[in-house]
Ligand binder design. Structure first.
Ligand code: PEP
Ligand code: MG
Length: 757
């Protein structure tokens, strides 16, 4: 009986020799084809490479007519080669001509070959070409032969990624790997960024593919798996994750489960036994998984395959002794960060001056990473499918945070068009800057107060730059999120003083700590919860743990000594919670007075309206507070039962839906009756169309991210708010057949009345 594994083993040795000797790309590819044919005992071996125009070009052959090289090409899905490329799966056929997809190319002379084995050339799950062997006799190729061919395909994929094969195409065509791609996502932060990709989780580049000693490699794998499992166990038992609840912990639990998955490890071991190094084996299995993932339409299964993908990266890092995370990466001065997702604090770790844009596979408009991106003015697009697999570090990328488009490796005409767009936007920004000192008054003479949402020191210069007349929401927890330990009372006080100094005589509304939910402090342990967004967070945590809230209140009161302090509490769901918080403030004032420390001249205490239960206590609420601000991000989430961070449901309801606007209208009307100022500080306020609706409902103060102030002010100047109010209120009257959204009405009004959006 023939030993089917001897040939493949020799082939891998030969491949190692071929790769070790410096030579031209065509020569190397020809040698590879020759060695495959010799060692898989095939009469034909051919290499097809996918070009940017979607054709698979014959790049090398042993056995077919040599003059067909760089002349013959097949479309993806055409013939067996095209089928392999389309499905990213091997095809092993004893009688190829009987297969319905068989397509005959006379110039190649392949009519006499019956058996056929083809494998895709894959890189991070993408098909870049196809490698084929053929025999005249009817035979089924062995498992070992399939594996050997797949390993060789990996070697060719590395040659492609290194750019070796681009130059040798006769027609000078571009390869698919470097093909420009136009991807659509969701605009998360306005702005246009041109730059070069950096992967938030850098891909480990495996250069040593073929093993010298299989037993050694199996040993290396075993110890890497062991230490990866230990580190995951440790992470779940101690570290941040121990304190985490909900989704994040579930993801880690799933990781741990997969890390113990025998099937996965067995596949990697098998690839090592077939001649790969441990890291090449992990990469091979990862690549196969990615290819499956890209074909997968079921979101749940995709998610699970994503977990394996992340886990494989972790294992690769263990094998190659690289730390996990983005640390230590060289950042180009025009970096576009590409990530599956990231936390707000992780984004803050990067040097802002070097970032031109951010592209996420996940992300939603009101997730905290988006809010921080907006605070930093980084053009951001989210929900871009498979971006992490499609991009290579260093690729040119254009991020259009206005339309939600991403251009990967853009051709020069697209790049020129965008350079023009950047110039146009710069001119528009200059116009907005000119509006900076103009009063914010509507066309029909109604003054509107435009304020800033802020939370970090980087936000403070924006007050002058944008012309905002104060800070309507200062998210104090952001400073806590970027600290490595809990900020002490004195540090907090210094920080709040700096904020008030920068604001001068403009009002600043601080919000007490809003931690919990997705706002996690790395150094603070919290209990595990099923639904953290509706759990022990914000004011609830503050009241139950006065050790947390009290130092903050004292720091705020001291920082505002001799001036005004405006402070509001997040996630209040019952007026009694506000009363309790107010009592705490009063106790702190008494304490400071007793110790003859300065206290504020005036104190205004308010609440954020974020929980629907407050809508039914508005009278009592307005009797108790000095002011209120609608947190529309949370109010909308709880009003419609749509998780603000969950991309699958985030756009389920239009924020301009009639039911929600009726609720907002009720808030404004009740506040007017009680003579209590009420503003709105959710992301709604920063979008000109939505802001139009808010003004029409009667809001006179709205607070937004710095880059939104110019566009919103420009809208205000063109708006006859009285006329819009009439139309909008009529539309909000009960009794319509379908309440729906008022977006179309607002758009029509803006275009008919030349309101700039
Ligand atoms: C809100 O919920 O609308 C809000 C402004 O608060 P945050 O986005 O910080 O939860
Ligand atoms: Mg909120």
């Amino acid at each position: 009986m023939r030993d089917n594994s001897a040939g493949p083993r020799v082939l891998l040795r030969r491949l190692r020799e071929v790769m070790a000797v410096p030579s031209g790309a065509q020569e190397r590819l020809d040698q590879i084809a020759r060695h495959i044919a010799a060692n898989v005992v095939a009469e034909v071996c051919s290499v097809y490479i996918l070009r940017a125009d979607g054709l698979l070009e014959l790049y090398a052959t042993e056995g077919l007519n040599p003059s067909a090289v760089h002349q013959t090409s097949l479309a993806v899905n055409e013939g067996l080669v095209g089928l392999i490329a389309a499905e990213a799966r091997p095809l092993n056929l004893p009688n190829a001509q009987a297969h319905p997809s068989f397509a005959y190319r006379p110039e190649t002379g392949e009519e006499v070959y019956h058996s056929f084995l083809g494998v895709p050339i894959l890189r991070v799950g993408r098909t870049l070409g196809v490698l084929v062997v053929q025999n005249k006799a009817h035979r089924t190729y062995s498992e070992d032969e399939v594996e050997a061919l797949q390993t060789t395909a990996m070697v060719i994929a590395e040659m492609l990624a290194a750019g070796e094969l681009e130059a040798i195409s006769n027609v000078g065509a571009r390869l698919d790997l470097t093909r420009p791609l136009h991807l659509e996502g969701v605009a998360l932060c306005d702005g246009v960024g041109l730059g070069h990709a950096i992967l938030h989780e850098p891909r480990v580049v495996v250069t040593n593919l073929i093993a010298e000693n299989t037993q050694d490699e199996l040993g290396r794998l075993a110890s890497a798996v062991e230490s990866m499992r230990l580190s995951l166990d440790h992470m779940l038992a101690h570290g941040d994750a121990a304190a985490q609840a909900g989704e994040y912990r579930e993801v880690l639990e799933a990781y741990r489960m997969f890390a113990y998955d025998r099937g996965w490890i067995r596949k990697i071991e098998e690839a090592i036994r077939n001649g790969l190094t441990a890291e090449a084996a992990v990469e091979k299995v990862q690549s196969d998984n990615r290819a499956r993932m890209l074909r997968q339409t079921d979101p749940y299964l995709r998610e699970r395959l994503h977990d394996f993908d992340d886990l494989a990266n972790r294992l690769l890092r263990e094998l190659m002794g690289r730390p996990h995370g983005p640390n230590g990466q060289e950042l180009p001065t025009d970096a576009v960060i590409v990530a599956r997702n990231m936390g707000a604090a992780e984004l803050l770790d990067y040097d802002r001056d070097s970032i031109r844009g951010l592209v996420l596979e996940e992300g939603s408009p009101t997730s905290h990473v988006s809010i921080v991106a907006r605070a930093l003015g980084i053009a951001t697009v989210g929900l871009v499918s498979d971006i992490v697999s499609l991009v290579e570090a260093g690729d040119a990328v254009i991020v259009d945070g206005e339309t939600g488009q991403v251009h990967l490796r853009p051709p020069s005409d697209v790049e020129n068009a965008y350079a023009e767009k950047v110039r146009f936007r710069a001119r528009r920004q200059a116009q907005y800057r000119r509006l900076r000192n103009k009063p914010s008054v509507t066309k029909d003479g109604k003054p509107v107060t435009l304020q800033l949402n802020a939370g970090l020191l980087v936000d403070l210069p924006h007050m002058d730059e944008s012309g905002a007349t104060g800070i309507g929401l200062f998210r104090t927890e952001l400073q806590f999120m970027i600290a490595s330990t809990f900020p002490r009372m004195k540090e907090q006080m210094r920080f709040y003083s700096t904020v008030l100094d920068a604001a001068g005589d403009r009002p600043v509304t601080f919000r007490s700590l809003d931690i919990g939910g997705d706002k996690v402090l790395p150094y603070l342990r919290s209990i595990q919860e099923e639904n953290p967004a509706m759990g022990w967070r914000a004011i609830r945590l503050g009241l139950d743990r006065p050790g947390l809230l009290r130092p903050q209140l004292r720091a705020l009161l001291s920082a505002a000594g001799g001036r005004e302090l405006r402070l509001m509490f997040p996630m209040v769901s019952d007026v009694s919670e506000f009363r309790e918080a107010k009592a705490m403030v009063e106790r702190e004032i008494n304490h400071l007075r007793r110790h003859e420390r300065p206290v504020p001249d005036t104190i205004k205490l308010g609440v954020m309206i974020e929980v629907p239960s407050l809508l039914f206590q508005l009278e009592e609420l307005f009797a108790a507070v000095d002011f209120a601000s609608v947190g529309s991000n949370d109010l909308f989430q709880f009003f419609t039962a749509v998780d603000r961070g969950n991309t699958r449901v985030a756009d389920r309801f239009d924020t301009l839906n009639v039911a929600f606007l009726r609720a907002l209208k009720m808030i404004v009307e009740r506040a007017k009756v009680s003579n209590v100022p009420v503003g709105l500080c959710g992301e709604l306020a920063g979008r000109p169309l939505e802001a139009m609706a808010l003004l029409a409902l009667g809001f006179e103060t709205i607070s937004m991210s710095p880059s939104a102030v110019g566009p919103v002010k420009s809208m205000v100047h063109g708006l006859d708010v009285g006329r819009l109010r009439e139309q909008l209120l009529a539309r909000l009257e009960p009794g319509q057949p379908d309440a729906g959204s008022v977006r179309a009405l607002l758009r029509a009004f803006a275009s008919e009345n030349n309101v700039l959006l």
